[in-house]
Design a binder for this molecule. Structure first.
Ligand SMILES: [Zn+2]
Length: 70
């Protein structure tokens, strides 16, 4: 009698639920694994998104213009 041993996991790449075979490792769903295999260096480059750095730069500029009175 064959039994399927599956764990319900939340993908750390896209946040979707996926089923992982017990005995295997991995935190990404099959789609994310495929994407990561195609673009292995993609995650490292996007470690610091441009949008956040732009927002931080604007806030810093505002603080400097106000003379730190905030
Ligand atoms: Zn995923």
């Amino acid at each position: 009698m064959n039994e399927l041993h599956l764990h319900l996991k939340v993908c750390e790449g896209c946040g979707r639920l996926w089923l992982r075979n017990i005995g295997t490792s991995g935190v990404y769903c099959q789609r994310c694994n495929t994407n990561l295999a195609q673009f292995p260096a993609r995650r490292r480059r996007t470690g610091r998104p441009h949008k956040i750095s732009q927002v931080c730069g604007q806030k810093k500029q505002v603080l400097e213009n106000c003379g730190g009175e905030l």
